[in-house]
Design a protein around this ligand. Structure first.
Ligand code: EPZ
Length: 423
């Protein structure tokens, strides 16, 4: 197992280029199954989750070439295995998108239930409700979801919660259904729009992505295409928070400022300085940390609200602000597992249900900590970069899942971070 050794207290300075969005990649790669021809996807982040999804698709029979430059060529026409086993799903929760893609393309699918993780139960009942609304027979037996449809027919589907996964999965299945599907109370995250754009490039007819109501007119066939995915708003937000936490001065390239409105607003409320610019071809953001920051309150909400995936790194920053901050985690029921680790570094945090009260302290101190999930790992890295002394962060395989070349990018910004492979 590998771990990070970080000597904190050094301001991050310089430029960083943000990679493609993990959560767009994990949906767009399975979406390629719907095409009757090969697809080329560009700007993919070379992260563990993309490698795992590539392996799963190869196990299903697809021909997949993934190149170091983030370009993938996928030929789904060779797929001949329609079962996504527990072993596959346990490596990648987001393999649930294969359910909608296979149902939409072949009319049948078998997917091991993804189960919970360290941030909550993570059920997929909204996904199943959507497939049934489209006319699929869906049965759960021995932990496997079996879905079958002679013919999928468009339907009106209301989502009880603006679920990102359910919105995308229903879109995938509805693309080739007979007639029109309307998804109401749809998720509006940037990667929902990215998936819709990719599908439309394949010849689908999807309107309204990015709003509460998405309309999909089914098409008999979808063709291959090439497509570059959007930059990762959560990776960008993580670097913005790290820049402020270390009182640094960082320019982020390859970003889409509108995707970062919530995090920019909150960091400026804390007292950080953020300037947006463009060099004629692409946008950049300059983020500067000030002196001791002001406490702020955070409520995680579906997009365009404050993203739950940045709640954990933001908490690391707020442990060092002046005064009390309050964080309410409205999306996942168990997303505070990073708190005991931050307390080990000197933070003062009290959790009561979905609310964390953070009493700001002057500084954090290096300690031995362990990541419990992807974004908890990001939070501990932010804390370690700002802390006085040396921090050891274990379980960094969680971080490898979602951040491309994380230590290289941080080192290029002046961080003293070393990855050590343990026997
Ligand atoms: C996606 O998860 C992301 N993962 C998560 O990012 C992200 O935190 C989340 O959206 C919210 O933005 C991927 O895109 C691969 P949801 P997803 O369906 O689709 C409940 C990261 O760190 N719910 O919007 O699973 C659910 O339990 C990861 O990159 C049901 O009850 O999120 C949660 O409380 C973590 N039934 C809420 O809805 C369902 O059928 C929102 O979940 C589906 C969801």
């Amino acid at each position: 197992m590998a771990y990070y050794k970080i000597n904190g207290g050094r301001p991050l300075e310089g430029q960083v280029t943000i990679s493609g969005a993990k959560n767009a990649a994990l949906a767009i790669i399975p979406a390629a199954i719907l095409a009757g021809q090969p697809c080329v996807i560009e700007n993919l982040p070379i992260i563990e989750d993309v490698h795992v999804l590539t392996e799963i698709l190869r196990l299903m029979g697809a021909e997949v070439e993934l190149y170091e430059n983030g370009c993938m060529r996928i030929d789904p026409t060779k797929i001949d295995n329609y079962e996504v086993t527990f072993e596959m799903v346990s490596k990648l929760r987001a393999s649930y998108y294969l359910l909608g893609a296979m149902l939409g393309r072949y009319g049948h699918a078998a997917l091991a239930l993804p189960g919970g993780c360290s941030i909550g139960n993570r059920p997929i009942d909204f996904h199943i409700k959507g497939m049934r609304a489209l006319g699929a027979e869906v049965e759960i037996r021995n932990g496997i979801v079996y879905a079958y449809a002679d013919e999928l027919r468009g339907a009106e589907i209301y989502l009880d919660m603006a679920s990102v996964g359910a919105t995308i999965n229903i879109m995938l299945a509805a693309c080739r259904a007979e007639g029109q599907t309307v998804i109401t109370n749809a998720a509006k995250e940037p990667h929902v729009v990215d998936v819709a754009n990719f599908l439309n490039m394949m010849g689908a007819s999807i309107k309204g992505a990015g709003t509460d109501v998405i309309r999909i007119k089914g098409r008999k066939e979808l063709h291959g295409t090439s497509y570059a995915i959007i930059p990762d708003q959560i990776e960008a937000g993580t670097f913005m928070i790290a820049a402020v936490a270390t009182k640094g001065n960082v320019v982020l390239n390859n970003i889409i400022p509108t995707h970062l409105e919530a995090i920019s607003a909150k960091l400026m409320e804390c007292g950080a300085h953020i300037a947006e610019g463009d060099d004629g071809t692409e946008f950049f953001l300059q983020v500067q940390g000030g002196d001791r920051l002001r406490a702020v309150n955070i409520k995680t909400l579906p997009y365009p609200g404050f993203p739950t995936d940045l709640q954990q790194p933001m908490m690391a920053l707020l442990t060092m602000s002046k005064g009390n901050s309050y964080i309410v985690e409205n999306i996942f029921e168990d997303r505070f597992n990073h708190v005991p680790e931050l307390i080990r570094m000197g933070a003062s945090i009290n959790v009561n249900g979905r609310t964390a009260t953070i009493e700001g302290v002057e500084k954090l101190y290096g300690a031995n900590v362990r990541a419990t999930d992807l974004r908890a790992g990001a939070a501990l890295i932010v804390a370690a970069l700002a802390a006085e002394g040396t921090t050891i962060v274990r379980n960094i395989h969680f971080i490898d899942r979602g951040y491309e070349r994380f230590e290289q990018k941080l080192r290029a910004l002046g961080a003293d971070i070393e990855r050590i492979e343990e026997d």
